[in-house]
Write a protein of this length. Structure first.
Length: 91
């Protein structure tokens, strides 16, 4: 069975948001079957960076993406999220 990895670009509400704290909040909001595949950062403008979160889901579970996106949008340090890539992996 394969997995699906979704990459989200997560925009913080301010340049002062601590990404380590934000990562902990994201990990706490993950559904039971999801896990973090990796993180990255992307400069946006004027000192603002976006957090890139790669989240892995089992491909046979449905509805996890909608559930996760609602939870991510509810985190107070996040202004918006954008799905930038969805890919299948055998690992």
């Amino acid at each position: 069975m394969g997995s699906v990895v979704v990459s989200y670009k997560i925009f913080p509400i301010d340049i002062t948001v601590d990404f380590e704290d934000l990562k902990k909040k994201i990990e706490a909001s993950l559904p039971e079957f999801a896990s973090i595949y990796g993180y990255g950062e992307e400069p946006i403008a004027f000192g603002l960076n976006a957090l890139i979160a790669h989240i892995k889901f089992p491909e046979d579970k449905s509805g996890l993406l909608d559930e996760l996106e609602k939870k991510l949008e509810g985190i107070k340090d996040i202004s918006q999220i954008q799905s930038v890539m969805v890919r299948r992996t055998s690992r």
